[in-house]
Design a protein around this ligand. Structure first.
Ligand SMILES: Cc1cc2nc3c(=O)[nH]c(=O)nc-3n(C[C@H](O)[C@H](O)[C@H](O)COP(=O)(O)OP(=O)(O)OC[C@H]3O[C@@H](n4cnc5c(N)ncnc54)[C@H](O)[C@@H]3O)c2cc1C
Length: 360
């Protein structure tokens, strides 16, 4: 067989979000890993609430210190107005893993990127996946970087590109959407601090509010930046004609559990964020011939669960353990990984049905 003259890696990971970085860090002591991302630096993404159980995965990789950074706010729990006007406190004090976090999301993802550099992972960004072909030497990956087209060979591919699932889509794998949930939100500064998230159900939709990091607030001042998000069907959001943060703010004033927060809000600081897909969706197959999809690329959850980032970490670790244990080329890998993802998905669907039944 003629040897390929292209650069070679054992594992190529598309996407350096939380899932991609955790997989790279777990695999790097065992295999040569190349991590590709289209973003030069990680910008802020929506979603900041990290489940307490995430600390287990970070401990496994000796990265628990990342969460000690003061930019990440300790999450004491969630006040839930779900199916009742009386709030239920889901107190993290009672959680065996301890408190959760309201992450400074871009900072955390760049912390993970820095850890990948320290672990000598071959990191390429900005670099956008163009295409891929299975050859007799493995996957030939084509990507665009520095306005040039590059190619490399890899034994396996991990698609960690989030809801875009770029690699899986290029393989022609369908993605199934289980609902049409969308989100729209605003951030604003408040004159009080409250380190709990609030979830509140209203008619056919629900709301979320949580503290987020802001570097330009006076340290020590009783001030806080919070996100307020509305989750609803697209027709409901379009009908509300939200073109300014003030329109959304008016709706937020009516939400059970939000009144105190809104009364302490500096209206001039309110900034509207664009509408985003927040549906539950799943790839028809999360693995194939020498490729695997992890995190949002494989399955994406309703943000009500606050489990998306934890799921990305957990998928990354489960897949890495399988590939370390059985080797990259084992014929059972594809089937075992698919079963693992199916199990997570079934338990997520059951949990989600239970939650929505409480308000139907
Ligand atoms: C409105 C909303 C609120 C949410 N709130 C929460 C929350 O509070 N808590 C929580 O845990 N989860 C939340 N989530 C979900 C969470 O954000 C995702 O589950 C998480 O980002 C998944 O991580 P990931 O690494 O799989 O993918 P992503 O974070 O999407 O990372 C994918 C990476 O792939 C890169 N990429 C994409 N295309 C290409 C390409 N062609 N070439 C190269 N690179 C590419 C991107 O630049 C990106 O860095 C929320 C989601 C939404 C929509």
């Amino acid at each position: 067989m003629i040897k390929s003259h292209l650069p070679k890696t054992q594992v190529v990971i598309i996407g350096s979000g939380i899932g991609g970085c955790i997989a790279a860090l777990a695999l790097a002591p065992h295999y040569s890993v190349t991590l590709i991302d289209k973003a030069p630096v990680q910008q802020n993404k929506v979603g900041e609430s990290l489940a307490p159980a995430a600390i287990r995965i970070l401990k496994q990789l000796n990265l628990q210190h990342l969460l000690s950074d003061p930019r990440h706010i300790v999450g004491q729990g969630t006040l839930s107005y779900w199916g009742s006007d009386e709030p239920t406190l889901i107190d993290n004090l009672k959680n065996p893993d301890g408190f959760g976090w309201h992450l400074d999301r871009s900072y955390f993802e760049n912390q993970l990127r820095a850890a990948c550099h320290i672990a000598n992972i071959h990191c390429i960004w900005p670099a956008q996946l163009n295409g891929s072909t299975m050859t007799s030497h493995g996957w030939e990956i084509e990507y665009e970087s520095d306005s040039k087209t590059h190619r490399l060979m890899s034994d396996i591919v991990i698609d960690a590109s989030g809801r875009h699932c770029v690699f899986a889509r290029q393989q022609g794998i369908a993605r199934h959407q289980f609902d049409k949930l969308m989100s729209i939100g605003f951030t604003a500064n408040l004159n009080i601090t409250k380190n709990v998230a609030i979830i509140s159900h209203t008619d056919d939709s629900w709301w979320y509010s949580a503290p987020i990091h802001q570097s330009d607030l006076n340290p020590g001042a009783y001030q806080q930046k919070r996100i307020f998000s509305w989750y609803a069907e697209p027709h409901a959001i379009k009908k509300a004609q939200i073109h300014t943060p003030q329109v959304l703010l008016q709706h937020a004033q009516e939400v059970p559990g939000f009144q105190t927060l809104i009364s302490q809000l500096d209206h001039s600081s309110a900034t509207l964020h664009p509408m985003l897909a927040a549906n539950s969706s799943k790839l028809e197959s999360c693995s194939g011939n020498a490729w695997f999809a992890i995190g949002d690329s494989a399955i994406s959850f309703d943000p009500l669960s606050s489990q998306g980032m934890f799921n990305a970490m957990a998928c990354a670790i489960q897949l890495s353990e399988l590939l370390i244990d059985k080797g990259l080329a084992h014929t059972d890998n594809q089937r075992i990984y698919q079963q693992q993802v199916d199990k997570i998905w079934q338990s997520y669907l059951a949990h989600r049905a239970l939650y929505y039944k409480m308000v139907s």
